[in-house]
Write a protein that binds this ligand. Structure first.
Ligand SMILES: [Zn+2]
Ligand SMILES: [Zn+2]
Length: 246
């Protein structure tokens, strides 16, 4: 059985939701920092992957340790913006933050075109480089759950694009990866900045989110993003995301 919470309630410093028995979705509360990032803990039989460490405004390690069941913990990032690496210093095994370090750790020999597998023990993830929002950005695909972790490259909010050509190419490659026999149930990003009303975002820096959009996006939204990105940078408002060139 898989599930999402009815809402992200912002009560505890971190809200932990088990999507299934080996996949924890962790929301750092908006009251701790307006970014309210989502972190993901994926358990294998031998290793566990923590994807992102949040802003660092509240302790994270005690929580993560309490969720493990004997696995060796690997900490990696969707990308190295400060709201995703803030808790790094609490942990022992942290993958580096540059494209070179990310590629070296996962064994990606042709960045950003290569896709590699990363085995947690009975659970094999695919690592897909997707620079554009940030140079070392990756997506992580979990064939077991059919979840696609998209970081800040696709979530229900403002998709800040720092390198338009790289972003456009990355989204295209990611959509092609999905189409090539890697079916996705849900795309899970790292923030929520939209309300439940189509294309309506909160003000920047808002740390209260009434009527928040759901975290999970249908895979058709990735296809939609790929289809609306033209050759020239443009602000594009759609129901489930806003493309926001920087
Ligand atoms: Zn970012
Ligand atoms: Zn972010």
């Amino acid at each position: 059985m898989t599930s999402f919470p009815a809402r992200w309630d912002d009560v505890s410093d971190h809200q932990v939701h088990w999507y299934d028995e080996r996949t924890a979705i962790i929301r750092q509360a908006l009251h701790t920092n307006f970014e309210g990032p989502f972190l993901y803990l994926l358990l294998g039989s031998e290793r566990a992957l923590l994807l992102d460490t949040g802003t660092g405004h509240v302790p994270l390690r005690p929580l993560i340790d309490s969720l493990l069941s004997g696995q060796e913990l690997i900490v990696a990032h969707t990308h190295a913006h400060l709201d995703h690496v803030g808790g790094d210093e609490e942990f022992d095994h942290v993958v580096g933050r540059t494209p070179e370090e990310v590629a070296a750790y996962f064994g990606i020999t042709s960045w950003p075109d290569g896709v590699v597998q990363f085995d947690l023990g009975g659970r094999v993830l695919d690592i897909v480089p997707i620079p554009g929002h940030h140079a070392s950005h990756i997506a992580v695909y979990d064939a077991e759950t059919r979840l696609l972790f998209s970081g800040d490259s696709l979530y229900p909010g403002r998709l800040y694009v720092f390198d338009w050509d790289a972003f456009r190419a990355s989204v295209s490659r990611l959509a092609a990866f999905v189409a090539a026999g890697n079916p996705v149930e849900w795309v899970l990003g790292a923030h929520i900045e939209l309300t439940t009303r189509p294309g309506e975002d909160y003000e920047m820096g808002a740390d209260v989110h009434p009527d928040e959009h759901e975290l999970q996006l249908a895979p058709a939204v990735l296809t939609e993003l790929a289809s609306v990105l033209g050759p020239e940078p443009a602000r594009i408002v759609r129901d489930h995301f806003i493309v926001y060139p920087v």
